[in-house]
Design a protein around this ligand. Structure first.
Ligand code: ADP
Length: 532
């Protein structure tokens, strides 16, 4: 159906770890790469690995990675025949995909038509419903305030008002009391207008405490669609995923298979090709389609880990018109994989994004973990883009094995100079609810606390396996008078992830005192006293 083309030279319209990931896939296929860079990224790690670099100028995304004209001009002026958008930035912009096509270039992704249909929530809902895919009870078209209030009568409270053109978790309002409808509608409309240029909104049933389960999809331009199984991404804060796992745990095989089939049906309903992800809310055996993300996802490596398929290579092959070279039954799932997003954010400060320079970065060696990162020691984290600095991907024989290996990996892992999400990961990995039952999408928001993370970090650093590890041994100081008063004779000082220090007082037998006596500070001197 589609002509075969050969991509000889690819423009990468992205940055950081995903730019490096795309370069790697291109090397395997013998495709030359050109990396489009903003000013602050001109000597990034990805820039050193690309075949060539083309300057976009500007720093803010709007002046660089989001600028259609500059990106297309960069591809044409360097003799590229295709553009890979990565994730974020222009990856789900139907107008951009069309402009790429109109410029005579290949867009590594789905058609502009699929992106547009799936980008409007009401259109996506009605399209997939016709294909038999379950969506939350609710309306399928945007309506007037009156119509939507009427719809609520039949849906039942609570409901969620959504901007039809919304995305990125914006333009949504939960309504638990019908008296709030008027004001919530006004706010959702205003947010929709401001962010998406449209005040069209609709309502759907709000599902209490669901899990986020998604399916990795792949279509080719010959009409075949396959899935690569599920991922659970319920560890979120403000709709931002922090830890993902594949396959989604705690699903019976019948429900899992139904979710797979629904995802494939949703993709087929729009003639989807290239990589995509169908997102569902899952509550017990019930599941509801939310949306299809029309791009490669940040968390694709955990699916690669359990299937052994290189999804970015497959994106490039499909973009060249090749058929997917296997059938659904050939896709086998082995073990369980976890991804930790190491973000430059401070979990002790409400996950505030942080900038700064990475002064040290230690990871266990040798290790069978995969790590996809976009920075080096000495690099600064620029304030203009997302806060992801690295993804740790660990594969185990089972979920328990993967969790154990991930926790062990984290014990020997240090990033210094900028705060990171490592304390969050220590917390979630040691959380019994997460380990035993799984969590819903609101759990982290409800339960995470700085104290909980401190306790989890302490578990990481005081565990004997940690102390035996890899030069990360805590060093010892004599106790201060305050420690002596509490019965301590010595102090272990542990250099924590994020560049802070933890002082753990020990009694004469070497046992740590209770956690309430431990002290944490950004300065070693402050917790060791003023001795020289
Ligand atoms: P966006 O396109 O802005 O990401 P989504 O429709 O995918 O919007 O919803 C974003 C998030 O909001 C979901 O991941 C989920 O956490 C929450 N959410 C959305 N719809 C519902 C619903 N009907 N019930 C409960 N939570 C919901």
């Amino acid at each position: 159906m589609h002509r075969h083309i050969r991509i000889k030279k690819l423009l990468i319209a992205n940055r950081g770890e995903i730019a490096r990931r795309i370069i790697r896939a291109c090397k395997g296929l013998g495709i030359e790469t050109v990396l489009a860079v903003s000013d602050p990224d001109s000597s990034s790690l990805a820039a050193t690995e690309a075949g060539a670099v083309v300057a976009l100028g500007g720093a803010a995304a709007r002046e660089s990675y989001l600028n259609h004209t500059k990106i297309i001009e960069a591809a044409l002026s360097t003799g590229c025949d295709a553009i890979h958008p990565g994730y974020g930035f222009l990856s789900e912009d139907g107008d951009f995909a069309e402009a790429v096509r109109n410029a005579g270039l290949t867009f590594v992704g789905p058609s502009p038509e699929s992106i547009r249909t799936l980008g409007v929530k009401t259109t996506a809902r009605s399209t997939v419903t016709k294909a038999g895919v379950p969506v939350t009870p609710g309306s399928f078209v945007a309506g007037t305030d009156e119509e939507l209030c009427q719809a609520v009568q039949s849906i039942g409270l609570p409901v969620i008002i959504k901007a039809a053109a919304g995305g990125g978790g914006r333009g949504m309002r939960i309504v638990r009391d019908i008296a709030e409808m008027g004001e919530s509608l006004a706010r959702a409309r205003a947010e929709g207008l401001k962010n998406f240029g449209s005040d069209a909104v609709y309502v759907e049933k709000y599902i209490e405490e669901p899990r986020h389960v998604e399916v990795q999809l792949f279509g080719d331009t010959h009409g075949k669609v396959v899935h690569f199984g599920t991922r659970d991404c319920s560890s979120q804060r403000r709709h931002q995923k922090l830890l993902e796992e594949a396959p989604a745990p705690f699903l019976d095989s019948e429900t899992r298979e139904k979710i797979h089939q629904a995802a494939v049906a949703a993709a087929k309903s729009v003639g989807y090709y290239n990589a995509g992800t169908a997102e569902f809310l899952v509550k017990g055996k019930e599941f509801y389609f939310l949306e299809i993300n029309t791009r490669i996802q940040v968390e694709h490596p955990i699916t690669e880990a359990i299937t052994g398929v290189d999804l970015v290579e497959l994106q490039l092959r499909v973009a060249m018109g090749e058929p997917i070279p296997f059938e659904q039954k050939d896709i086998q799932f082995t073990g369980h994989a976890i991804e930790l997003r190491i973000n430059a954010e401070d979990p002790f400060e409400n996950f505030r994004p942080a900038t700064g320079t990475i002064t040290a970065w230690e990871r266990p060696e040798p290790s069978d973990a995969r790590e996809d990162f976009g920075y080096r020691v000495g690099d600064s984290i620029p304030p203009w883009y997302d806060s992801l600095i690295s993804k740790v991907i660990i594969h185990g024989a089972s979920r328990a094995d993967a969790l154990y290996k991930t926790f062990q990996y984290l014990k020997h892992y240090r990033v210094e100079g900028v705060p990171t999400t490592i304390p969050f990961h220590a917390w979630i990995l040691s959380n019994s609810r997460f380990q035993e039952d799984g969590i819903d999408i609101g759990y982290v928001e409800r339960e995470f606390s700085g104290e909980g993370a401190e306790a989890a970090l302490a578990l990481l650093v005081t565990d004997p396996e940690f102390r035996a590890g890899n030069g990360a041994e805590p060093y010892t100081e004599t106790a201060t008078p305050a420690d002596l008063a509490q019965g301590a004779t010595s102090l272990s000082i542990v250099h924590e992830p994020g560049g802070t220090f933890l002082a753990i007082p020990h009694d004469s037998a070497g046992a740590p005192l209770t956690r309430s006596t431990w002290r944490r500070s950004t300065s070693r001197a402050a917790i060791c006293g003023s001795r020289q």
